[in-house]
Design a protein around this ligand. Structure first.
Ligand SMILES: *Cc1c(COP(=O)(O)O)cnc(C)c1O
Length: 375
């Protein structure tokens, strides 16, 4: 096979260090969130490293990811919360997954599935406390609680948890997080009156772990911080939080040319060189996950020197200004260790750090260098 033109190096030691850093902020049980292919870092190697490092739980959005995870990691509790009507809940229960229930139709389907599976279904009840995305509304909760309490008494379900999700935890000054916590406690009271005592109450994402200790409850669900990216660099950068980048996205200079001042570069000549410079062509583009919106802005590092994309991002390539003394075959770091941060890229592209690591194409090989955890 031809050498790929770019790769994402995954530093599992940094991942484990970030887990320890987040753990030092909380006494709660930790559910490491590994949805979306572990935010682009590779579901199985990342999950395995987190479990070996002592993560108590794993969380993934989708049932299919959860089942893949279960095949590789038989022992660890896995929490999963996103599925559509008609999903294979029998298979999920059979795989020992802890499935969220947050809508009336989901109550019906989990009860049918538990009967078919012939085992107790461990579930977590989701309540909407202010995200308006998932979970029972305060109006729908009492009915659901009555039905689920009866199902628990019948041995169909085991109500393990009560959970919700924070909408504005990355704004430490917002009063919304406190209001969400109040609504969470009210929901807990509704369950208590229905005779349900969930063992694990969980609410906090990374921003909650870092900036809202009152939301930690019994378990926290950090995602982005594990990967060394800040939930909100405007509040604190990853470096300020003591978090190390886990993914380093890099490629190689494949062509160079000298450009006279005024040379139009890439499609549309949206940028013309202001002075004479060396241009380098690098074979990563928007098909690989480099946002086209970072045209003429996206920062890169070559030979330890910071430079940037000149002109438009193409489908498979970009053109950069080459620092003096660099040329074909030299490594180009887009983001990660030794280069710009994913958050700097996000700022250049008008998005968030989360999207930068997650959007890197699955065809870009993830490398897990020896010397790191699990190798
Ligand atoms: C993504 C997600 C998390 C983790 O959020 P971060 O901001 O990445 O820490 C936690 N819980 C749920 C339900 C999520 O969807």
């Amino acid at each position: 096979m031809a050498e790929p033109v770019g790769s994402a190096t995954i530093d599992l030691d940094a991942l484990v260090a970030n887990l320890a850093t987040l753990r030092s902020s909380t006494g709660a049980t930790i559910a490491a969130i590994v949805k979306a292919n572990a935010y682009g870092h590779g579901l199985v190697p990342v999950s395995r490293a987190l479990v070996e490092a002592g993560a108590d739980y794993l969380g993934v959005a989708q049932l299919t990811e959860a089942r893949e995870l279960r095949r590789h990691l038989p022992g660890i509790p896995i929490f999963t919360w996103l599925y559509a009507p008609g999903a294979d809940l029998v298979g999920g229960i059979g795989a020992g997954l802890e499935i969220s229930v947050g809508a009336p139709w989901a109550v019906d389907e989990i009860l049918v599935a538990a009967r078919h599976a012939g085992t107790v279904a461990p579930i977590h009840i989701e309540v909407d406390t202010g995200m308006a995305r998932g979970g029972f509304s305060p109006e729908a909760l009492p009915d659901a609680a009555r039905t689920l309490a009866a199902a628990q008494a019948d041995g169909a379900v085991d109500i393990v948890g009560l959970w919700s999700h924070l909408a504005r935890a990355d704004e430490p000054a917002s009063g919304e997080t406190g209001r969400q916590l109040e609504r969470f406690h009210e929901a807990h009271e509704v369950l208590r009156r229905a005779g349900i005592q969930p063992r694990i109450r969980h609410l906090a994402n990374t921003a909650g772990v870092l900036w809202h200790p009152q939301t930690h409850l019994d378990m926290v669900r950090p995602g982005i911080g594990l990967y060394g990216v800040s939930p909100e660099p405007g509040v604190a950068t990853a470096a300020e939080l003591g978090l190390r980048p886990v993914m380093t996205l890099s490629s190689t200079v494949v062509a160079v040319r000298e450009a006279a001042p005024g040379t139009g570069v890439s499609y549309g000549h949206t940028e013309r060189t202001q002075r004479s410079m060396m241009l380098g062509t690098v074979p990563l583009g928007y098909a690989d996950g480099i946002p086209r919106s970072a045209s003429s802005r996206g920062p890169v590092s070559v030979g330890g020197v910071r430079t940037r994309i000149i002109g438009r991002v193409c489908m498979d390539q970009v053109v950069i200004e080459l620092p003096v003394g660099t040329g074909p075959g030299d490594e180009v770091i887009f983001f990660g260790a030794g280069g710009p941060t994913a958050d700097e890229w996000a700022a250049a592209a008008g998005t968030i750090g989360y999207e930068m690591t997650t959007r890197i194409g699955r065809h870009i090989p993830r490398r897990y260098p020896p010397g790191t955890v699990g190798s």
